[in-house]
Design a binder for this molecule. Structure first.
Ligand code: AHR
Length: 510
């Protein structure tokens, strides 16, 4: 017998033993509890003028040989429609507070250029502007979420932008829109009032920003969802100040941004990472639970009826850029680590659906934790794409609260909750349960009592691979794809599920 074969057998036996010794975690579905609808906008995306997100990613121009519709890649549109993306945030990010929308309308040859100061100092030719974005959202059947420029813009500029995109009657801006070829307004509902006002959006103090927010939104019509530029991670004072200083009726949502970054100066590799790095990334990612809990608690003090949305409009993993790529373009590969990160984060959002009503993964194409990567005419779907697709069943479904004590994932003497779960019931009565095992080495076994749900059939889908570092590449685009999951047994209404290490599962019960 070959030595490697023997080692593999020993490894399998040890694995089984660990599994056998591990206790089963009992997950209770609290079907009797009042629960909110999981807002589909939790599954939103983000497209900034950054690196190859817009140019090359979404947009190739209508003279490109890559199949396109008015310059927008057909392959990307098809993939995102299949994902049912509910909203798309644009044009930034940090870029938003440098963007003057009037530079991006009218004949392309007349559009001025600007320097993209935050992202590589490249020249932005404004060939993708308001019409291109909003028409693309129509193609994608998604809601646009526009981030206005507060940092270097003006109240008049933002007010004009709203009038340009939304006004039906006759006005200077609607006339200009018609002159540029669009008769009907697009009716953009979601408006961000600046971005990261505490940093690249103007280095403001929260009190100062609250004043700016009040001024800017005064000149925007009612009926829009106006979203305040929110805190970075655990800056609860920022959220508190906004809630205190801004009349509640002026606030549609308050944002927060949180990236799973282990060290801003040394983020670590996107693919060739160790378990140590994986553990640290997951520790940062799972902080989202504490962040949304505590920001929600601050909001509850001022808005007990939970009228204002908590909008996590930037989240995801952030690593060192791929070798030989522009450091300002934030291009990274996407592995099983990202799939686990996405599944666990979406479970947190689902379980906090009473307050978290919108979120945007950063970013959609070719930037950070992308769902799509492109290389000229080629396009691949990342493991994160597949998780978002598996989880799309929760969009606008009724949350089923869960309770359980997670087993631990221990590494180097530190522990994290290993299992994460969320569940919902959709309009057709289908129950979906999403489970993630964060543990890099051990399976975890859970039991869920579904006997009172009147369920006859259960089926499942799993995303997993043999190594955490596995990913899809342009050469092997389908190394990681969801497959049917058979690792469960329905024992008289008690579902026993064995979740392999670093895997994401969605069960459908009907
Ligand atoms: O997503 C990349 C950048 O991260 C965004 O532009 C900014 O808002 C955040 O700091």
């Amino acid at each position: 017998m070959k030595k490697s074969f023997l080692i593999a057998i020993l490894f399998a036996i040890c694995n089984q033993l660990t599994f056998a010794q591990k206790e089963t975690t009992i997950v209770t579905l609290k079907t009797d509890q009042k629960a909110p609808i999981i807002n589909k906008h939790i599954y939103g995306h983000f497209a900034e003028h950054l690196g190859r997100s817009i140019y090359g990613g979404f947009f190739v121009g209508d003279t490109s040989k890559i199949p396109n519709t008015n310059g927008v890649r057909n392959d990307v549109v098809k993939a995102l429609k299949e994902l049912k993306i509910p909203n798309l945030r644009w044009p930034g990010g940090c870029f938003a507070d440098t963007y003057h929308w009037k530079d991006g309308i009218g004949p392309k040859e007349n559009r001025p250029t600007i320097v993209n100061q935050w992202w590589g100092g490249v020249t932005e030719d404004n060939s993708f502007g308001t019409h291109d974005f909003l028409n693309m959202c129509e193609l994608l059947e998604t809601e646009p979420y526009i981030s206005g420029n507060v940092g270097s813009g003006s109240v008049q500029e933002l007010s004009d932008w709203v009038q340009y995109t939304n006004f039906t009657g006759k006005s200077p801006m609607s006339d200009l829109r018609k002159q540029n070829g669009r008769t009907e307004p697009w009716k953009v509902k979601f408006w961000g009032i600046g971005n990261e006002a505490w940093g690249c959006g103007g280095n403001m103090k929260p009190e100062y920003y609250a004043g700016e927010y009040r001024k800017y939104t005064t000149f925007m019509p009612d009926g829009l969802t106006r979203i305040a530029s929110g805190a970075s991670s655990d800056d609860y004072k920022w959220t508190e100040t906004l809630l205190k200083d801004i009349p509640l009726k002026m606030l549609g949502g308050v944002a927060i941004h949180h990236y799973a970054v282990i060290d801003w100066n040394k983020k670590g590799a996107d693919v060739d990472f160790t378990e140590d790095l994986y553990f640290k990334t997951m520790k940062e990612a799972l902080k989202m639970e504490e962040l949304v809990t505590k920001h929600s608690a601050v909001m509850d003090k001022y808005d007990a009826d939970k009228k204002i949305d908590l909008v996590v409009d930037e989240w995801g993993g952030w690593y060192d850029v791929q070798k030989d790529t522009n450091p300002g373009f934030l291009y990274q590969q996407n592995t099983m680590r990202d799939a686990v990160l996405a599944g666990a984060t979406l479970n947190i959002f689902n379980n906090h659906a009473d307050r978290v009503r919108m979120a945007n993964l950063a970013q959609c194409v070719n930037v950070l934790q992308a769902v799509i990567l492109t290389d000229k005419a080629k396009m691949i779907l990342t493991p994160t794409y597949h998780v978002m697709k598996m989880y799309s069943v929760h969009q606008d479904a009724k949350l089923i609260p869960v309770s359980f004590n997670s087993p631990l994932y221990t590494f180097n003497g530190e522990s994290l909750p290993a299992v994460s779960v969320s569940a919902s019931k959709d309009k057709n009565g289908l129950v979906h349960i999403s489970l993630v095992n964060v543990d890099a080495k051990n399976k975890n076994k859970v039991e869920i009592d579904i006997s009172n749900l009147g369920i006859k059939n259960v089926s499942g889908t799993i995303l997993t691979s043999s190594k955490l570092q596995d990913h899809n590449s342009f050469d092997v685009p389908n190394k990681i794809v969801p497959v049917a999951f058979k690792g469960f047994e329905n024992k008289k209404g008690k579902l026993e599920i064995a979740i392999p290490p670093f895997s994401v599962i969605t069960l459908e019960a009907k």
